[in-house]
Design a protein around this ligand. Structure first.
Ligand code: SF4
Length: 281
């Protein structure tokens, strides 16, 4: 546990977390929506600091990052917790419950990456923005050792903490979960406009790729996906887009994404974007 950053104290021992746009007001001994930031005696504590649920070497293409550090391995590191509530989450065991973890410090993670001889560390598996203090410290140390830092994120973070983190981050894959604001709010639990704003900010500051999981019955309307492609192209037609196939998981059991539909959407995307890939087959 470690005191979290970006919060303010309210009357009566309550506090307000300002890390992500949920801006949770948290009563004593309670946690915010992410489940990992707790009001402990009027102070905000990060419950997942130094608790690692997964540490593996992966090809960077698995993140997916296909156009940066191509052909290299990355040290993937994850903890637990998430500030979204996607019913089809493939990582729900670490996103929505507390899995077995091992203790590691930022320094130990960086040393592991150096020992393995990889050029980058990827903050992934669970949502790294709710692992903020650990990511920030590790990224700073990694940068000093010549490592690149990669975020695999839903992009749901407040402007101020993002601006503090971004100088230490070199690449990101942002999960853009669709293009319907109502579905974003009601199904995923987030504000699409914030994610769009942060995607534009990431693009200005680092290597960015986007993933959209095309989920049967949730975000697979052709007009909405076409709107997403055109909006992304308005930021830059060079941003790589990964259109991934969904499979039933967690609380959602509709059929896997129709492959013909996914390929049709790839064709639509390629009318305005130059680097489109389909994955997760
Ligand atoms: S990071 Fe967690 S506690 Fe903080 S505002 Fe977001 S969901 Fe709430």
């Amino acid at each position: 546990m470690k005191e979290g950053r970006y919060y303010e104290k309210l009357n009566g021992g309550r506090l307000q977390c300002r890390l992500c746009p949920h801006l949770c007001k948290i009563n004593k001994e309670n946690v915010g929506k992410c489940g990992v930031r707790k009001n402990k005696n009027g102070e905000l504590i990060s419950l997942n600091y130094g608790k690692i649920s997964g540490l593996h070497l992966d090809p960077i293409e698995k993140k997916p990052i296909h156009f940066y550090l191509e052909g290299t391995q990355t040290l993937s590191v994850g903890s637990f917790g998430c500030n979204f509530r996607c019913p089809f989450c493939q990582n729900h065991i670490i996103a929505k419950s507390i899995p077995p973890t091992r203790r590691m410090s930022p320094k130990e993670i960086v040393e592991e990456a150096v020992r393995k001889g990889v050029p980058s560390i990827s903050y992934t598996y669970n949502e790294p923005t709710v692992f903020y203090e650990m990511v920030l410290e590790t990224a700073k140390l990694g940068k000093k050792r010549g490592l690149k830092n990669i975020l695999v994120t839903n992009g749901y973070i407040e402007k101020e903490p993002l601006e503090e983190l971004i100088p230490f981050i070199d690449g990101a894959n942002v999960d853009l979960k669709g293009f319907n604001p109502q579905i974003y709010q009601e199904v995923f639990g987030g504000d699409l406009d914030v994610v769009k704003r942060n995607i534009a900010y990431f693009h200005q500051n680092l290597h960015l790729e986007i993933t959209t999981l095309v989920v049967t019955g949730i975000n697979d309307r052709k007009e909405e996906l076409t709107g997403l492609f055109h909006w992304l192209a308005s930021i830059s037609p060079e941003i790589p887009l990964h259109l991934n196939r969904y499979y039933p998981s967690y609380q959602y059991h509709a059929d896997p994404t129709d492959i013909d539909f996914l390929l049709e959407m790839k064709g639509e995307a390629e009318k305005v974007l130059n680097r489109v890939r389909c994955g997760n087959f």
